[in-house]
Every structure is written in C-alpha cells, then in structure tokens.
Design a protein. Structure first.
Length: 265
C-alpha cells in the first residue's frame, strides 16, 4: 500500500525544520509552544464534523495531521521518538486491545463488551491506580473534565439519585454565588471564582444526569449566539450604521426580533 502524499507531507515538514534552510517560525517551535495549536485544530475539526462539511473536515483533519507531524519531527531531532515509533506504538496497542479481531480465537462480542474489554486490558497495561479519580481527568476542557469526573464517581456509587437532586444542588450553588455578591459591588474575587466553579460543576452534572454532554451543550449555545449576533450585525449594516454606533437598547430590540424570527421558523 503506497501513500505518496503522506510521504510528501513528511518531507515537507522535515524541510520546514531544516536547521539552516528551514522556516524561522517552524524552527522556533517546541512541543510546548505547539500545544495550543493542537487543541485549536482539534476543535476546528469538531466544528467541521458537527456542520457535516466534509470538505472542511478534510482540511481541518490535515491541520491536525500537521501538528502530529511537527511533534514527531521535533522528537526525532532529539532522538526521543519519531513518526515510525508513534505509528508502531499505536498499531501494537490497537492489536492488543482488539483480541476479538486479531487474536487466535474470534469472539462474537457486542459493542458494549468490546468497550468493557478495552478498559480491562488498558487497566492491566497501565497498572493499578492509587486513586479512582486523579489528575488524568484534568486532561480535557474543563466542562468535559467535569462530565468525566461525574461518570467515574457514579461508577463507584458516589452520585445523586436523580436529576431533581442535582437541580437542587445547582440552585444551592447559585445561591452561594449570590451570597458572595452583596449590594455595593465589593466582593472577594477568589471566593466568587470558587463558587462559580462549583456552580459550573453542578450544571455539568445536571447535563450528565439528563444524558447530555455539557461541553456539547455549551458549544451549541456558543454557535447559536454567534449566528444570532451575525443576523443582528446584518440588520445593523442594512440600516447604514455600525454596531458601535447603535445604542444598546436598539441592539437588544433587534436581537429580540432575530430570536423571535428563529422561533417562528
């Protein structure tokens, strides 16, 4: 099986990192400086997927591949690992964790059984953990981390019984936020930060109890806001003015019009 364009990509990245003939910006990059781009490109691929835009998906997945190639090339320069070893490690892991496919005995497993087996094999490979919930749950966006922490805590029988109890917790945390914001505008920023964090965590658990992913909920809300705001801006431009020159009361009126039009559709 030949992959000439993949080989070409590798060669392009190696040229970018050439010590004397490469690109100054690319040569300055390290694993640490590139982290934000890997996260950014991953989210752009997620957006393309949610929009069901296959052309955009192809482009954004290429940008994710760029980050993988850059990290692998940087590592190869210090002889710590390279793209070949990354691919080998991945293939070996996939084979180990799919004994029903690659093992001597072909097993007829359900999807749920496959996931359970994967987790058991992973547990053996990684060895016992000191704690059920540890820092590995922080290796994701904050709302997603809250969601996963909740999933793990319910797996060890530490959870609310139903979403009504979680709703009560959300109300309790919201009340605690309000208590930290007395009339007069003076407040302890550290305390407010802590209470808002507790509120967001409890909202994430409410979403989980309703079989919703809070990260997806917030991403959808962000997209909805952007779409509405763009419609507001279109209307403002059609009036021959700008957002900055339009009174807030007028912007809010246009916002309500846009929202009402969406509901009627």
């Amino acid at each position: 099986m030949n992959h000439p364009e993949l080989i070409r990509c590798i060669e392009v990245i190696e040229k970018l990192r050439h010590p004397t003939k490469g690109c100054p910006w690319d040569l300055e990059q390290t694993h640490e400086t590139l982290l934000k781009y890997l996260i950014e490109e991953s989210y752009e691929f997620i957006e393309a997927t949610e929009l069901k835009n296959t052309k955009m998906m192809e482009e954004e997945l290429g940008d994710v591949l760029l980050q993988i190639l850059l990290h692998s090339t940087i590592a190869a320069e210090s002889k710590s690992f390279n793209l070949e070893s990354v691919a080998k490690t991945l293939a070996d892991k996939i084979v180990r964790r799919h004994p029903h496919v690659f093992g001597s005995d072909s097993l007829n497993l359900s999807s749920d059984q496959v996931v359970a087996n994967w987790q058991e094999i992973k547990k053996v490979e990684k060895g016992p953990r000191k704690y059920s919930i540890d820092s590995k749950f922080l290796h994701a966006p904050a709302l997603e981390s809250s969601f996963r922490i909740g999933q793990k805590s319910t797996a060890v029988n530490f959870d609310w019984e139903d979403y009504y109890q979680v709703m009560a917790k959300v109300e309790e945390e919201w009340q605690e936020v309000k208590e930290e914001l007395p009339p007069g505008g003076k407040h302890d920023k550290g305390r407010v930060k802590e209470e808002i964090g507790d509120l967001l965590f409890s909202v994430a658990q409410l979403a989980r109890h309703l079989d919703l992913n809070p990260e997806e909920c917030l991403r959808d809300a962000n997209r909805k806001f952007i779409n509405r705001f763009q419609r507001v801006e279109d209307k403002v431009k059609a009036m021959g003015t700008t957002l900055e020159a339009t009174p807030q009361a007028e912007l809010e009126k246009i916002w309500v019009e846009v929202k009402t039009h969406e509901i009627k559709k």
